[in-house]
Structures are given as structure tokens and as C-alpha cells.
Ligand binder design. Structure first.
Ligand code: GAL
Length: 387
């Protein structure tokens, strides 16, 4: 099969410079991240794209209208950086914007879409994140994404197209047809628990739209940042989250089918951070080739009214189910799943063999229901096999 046809089959996995470094980026940092991808097992776990976000170019295009990499930050140029990343068996991502300028005020791609796509292809870029600032008011966002999608698909190189319009203009309704492989559905994440909770809950009813080749991007991961951003907005609550909160964040993004783009400084990641980001059982759920969104089950008893406690079920390609028991509330809760509600008729005596994806162990065979007790802000994720 033509490999190009598989571009975007499963959610992208990689690292993006924005959450921790924002404007403070340079080629040595990017090379170091590539090295760590290989030496610390990220590449082996499936992480592949290393993406430079905003603030990489000069403030003006050159006399031919081309974007110019800032020579102070990237003295060897983007082609050399791409070559280095490719030499490690990894892929290289860059950033531009629908409008005349990027969000940080660098040149955007408006009316330069095809020229920029050609330049990115020459440099060896494999991924483009495409932001929404300074969009011309009289033109629709939908048209702007159709344009760049067409430019990328005709630039002579396979480039994954990552749209970033923050969920505006009912993006769910038109983005898949525009040709993008993933679409930001939320405003910018912040390194605190409230942000994680808010973003996840906001997408629970949008899971029906995500899927293979066009994935709902709930924003880059904050796992392991622990307040490490150089930006006041992203890191506003110093200290970030606890490791348990990061675990729940990673579980939500994994089972909901979001791309997994790491946002912390992986050069200094703790063991707990690595255990989370490299969890093979969660990654397998996220990368399942059927690419289905998860459906939600509200907990019993029915009078238990809260958005913060729910179960998510994701149908997997091999007939298994990934089931997440999420307790985003501040008190311990027992969540009860009746197997009837996920399609098992009582009459047929089918049980579920459950495997715990965080403890990495078999839990045994269960009949009719499973009801784990979940601590505050925590979750239990199981992979269920019918027996
Ligand atoms: C925002 C975007 C962020 C980051 C930033 C760069 O619009 O949502 O993820 O790319 O712009 O300025």
C-alpha cells in the first residue's frame, strides 16, 4: 500500500517546544531533544515528531518572500536540523499560521501558502502546526485550512497537517473534509489541574467526531512540567500538577484519542514522568488502528449528578475494550460499571478478563460488573477481553 495514504492514521506522537520554552528556542535544544528521544526510550515507545512552535523565524520575509529561520537561534539552518532529526530516525515539525502574522507576531502564511509549503518541503519538514491568529476577517477559517491542506498535499513531501483553531467556528463540522490530520479543539492548556479537567470535560461530547486520519487534538501534554514553563500564562500556578494528576491527564488524552505531544523538558524528566509518558499499555490504546473515539457512561447510581466522575469506553481493533474509570473530583469515589451498559447481555454469560494498564497486571475475570474505588483526581484504566 502507498504509505502516504496512512499519514495520520493514528494520533501523532511527539514533542513540541511551546509549553516549556515558548520563544526561548534554538537548534541545540532541538538536537538534545532528538538525542533524548533515542537514549531514553521515547522513540521506541512510538514518539516520532519533534516540533518547533512559534518564534523560530525572523520578523520579515526575505526579498523573494521566503520565510527566514532566525540565524541567532538556528545558525545551521532548518535543513541541517531536519537532517539531524532524520538521521535519528525521527520526524521534524514546524509551525506557521493562517493569518498575516503568527500569534507571537512573526510572519504568517496568508497568501504565501503554496510558497511556504514548498519551502518546508525543501527543508525536509514532516509536520506543520497551523495556528489561527490574525485570520483575515472576511475569509473563513475553513477556506484557510483547505488552502494550506492543498498546498501541503502538493508540495512533493508527506507533511502531516496539524490545524490549530482552538475549537472555534464549529471546527468539528468541516475540518475532516478540509484535509487536516488533527485539529486543536480547545484553548491553550495550562500547567494546572483545573485546566486539564476543563479541557477534558469540554470534549466528552465531541468524541463522536474524532477518528482515524483526523484526530481531536486537546492540546500538548503538560505531563512532567511541574511548573517548568518560562511563560506566566502556561505555568501560572507554580509547581504545576502532582504526578497523579499528570497520570490522569495522560490517561484522558490517551483514551480520548488525542495526539500525544509532550510539552515538558524531557532532558530532565523524573522517573515518574517517564513512567507516565512511556506507559506502553496506554500508548497502545491511543494508537489503536481503529481510531475510534470513546463513549461516556455516567456512573451509577443515577442520582450521582456530576461532570467530574465518569467512565470512558473505547472499542479497540482486536475486540477488546479500553475502559477508563475517571474521578476528577476532590473526594474518593467508587465507580460501578454494569457490563450490560457496554453491550454484554446477561443471558449469554460472557465475562470480562481485566488487565490494569497502570499496575501492569491481570485483575482477574469479572461477571456483570466491575466497581473500582478511585482516589481523588485519579483513574483506573483497564483493558477488557471478553471470555
Ligand atoms: C497559540 C497556540 C499555542 C501556541 C501559541 C504560539 O495560538 O494555541 O499552542 O502555538 O499560539 O504563539
Amino acid at each position: 500500500m502507498d504509505n502516504r495514504k496512512l499519514l495520520g492514521l493514528t494520533p501523532a506522537m511527539g514533542w513540541n517546544s511551546w509549553n516549556t520554552f515558548t520563544w526561548d528556542i534554538n537548534e541545540q535544544l532541538i538536537r538534545d531533544v532528538a538525542d533524548v528521544f533515542v537514549s531514553e526510550g521515547y522513540k521506541e515507545a512510538g514518539y516520532e515528531y519533534i516540533v518547533i512552535d512559534d518564534c523560530w523565524s525572523l520578523k520579515e520575509r526575505d526579498q523573494d518572500g521566503n520565510l527566514v529561520a532566525d540565524p541567532a537561534k538556528f545558525p545551521s539552518g532548518m535543513k541541517a536540523l531536519a537532517d539531524y532529526i532524520h538521521s535519528k530516525g525521527l520526524k521534524f515539525g514546524m509551525y506557521s499560521c493562517v493569518g498575516t502574522h503568527t500569534c507571537a507576531g512573526y510572519p504568517g502564511s496568508f497568501e504565501h501558502e503554496f510558497q511556504d509549503a514548498r519551502l518546508l518541503a525543501e527543508w525536509g519538514v514532516d509536520y506543520l502546526k497551523y495556528d489561527y491568529c490574525f485570520k483575515p476577517r472576511n475569509l473563513s477559517g475553513e477556506l484557510m485550512y483547505k488552502r494550506m491542506s492543498l498546498a501541503l498535499k502538493n508540495c512533493g513531501r508527506d507533511i502531516l497537517f496539524s490545524a490549530c483553531n482552538w475549537g472555534e467556528d464549529n471546527v468539528y463540522q468541516w475540518i475532516r473534509a478540509s484535509g487536516a490530520h488533527m485539529y486543536r479543539s480547545t484553548g491553550d492548556i495550562q500547567d494546572n489541574w483545573d485546566s486539564v479537567k476543563k479541557l477534558a470535560i469540554s470534549q466528552l461530547d465531541k468524541e463522536c467526531y474524532t477518528g482515524a486520519f483526523c484526530h481531536n487534538d486537546m492540546d500538548m501534554l503538560i505531563v512532567g512540567m511541574h511548573g517548568g514553563s518560562n511563560d506566566g500564562f502556561i505555568g501560572s500556578h507554580s509547581g504545576g500538577c502532582t504526578d497523579t494528576e499528570y497520570k490522569t491527564h495522560f490517561s484522558l488524552w490517551s483514551i480520548m484519542g488525542s495526539p500525544l505531544m509532550i510539552g515538558c523538558d524531557i532532558r530532565n524528566a523524573s522517573q515518574a514522568t517517564k513512567n507516565t509518558l512511556l506507559n506502553p499499555d496506554l500508548i497502545a490504546i491511543n494508537q489503536d488502528t481503529e481510531g475510534r473515539g470513546a463513549y461516556r457512561i455516567k456512573p451509577e447510581p443515577q442520582w450521582f449528578h456530576t461532570d467530574e466522575v465518569f467512565m470512558l469506553v473505547k472499542v479497540l481493533a482486536d475486540g477488546d475494550l479500553a475502559i477508563g474509570f475517571f474521578n476528577l473530583s476532590d473526594e474518593q469515589r467508587q465507580l460501578s460499571l454494569q457490563f450490560w451498559d457496554i453491550g454484554l447481555p446477561y443471558a449469554e454469560k460472557i465475562s470480562l478478563s481485566l488487565y490494569d494498564c497502570w499496575e501492569h497486571k491481570e485483575l482477574g475475570v469479572f461477571r456483570e460488573r466491575f466497581a473500582p474505588t478511585v482516589p481523588a483526581r485519579d483513574c483506573v484504566i483497564v483493558r477488557a477481553k471478553l471470555v
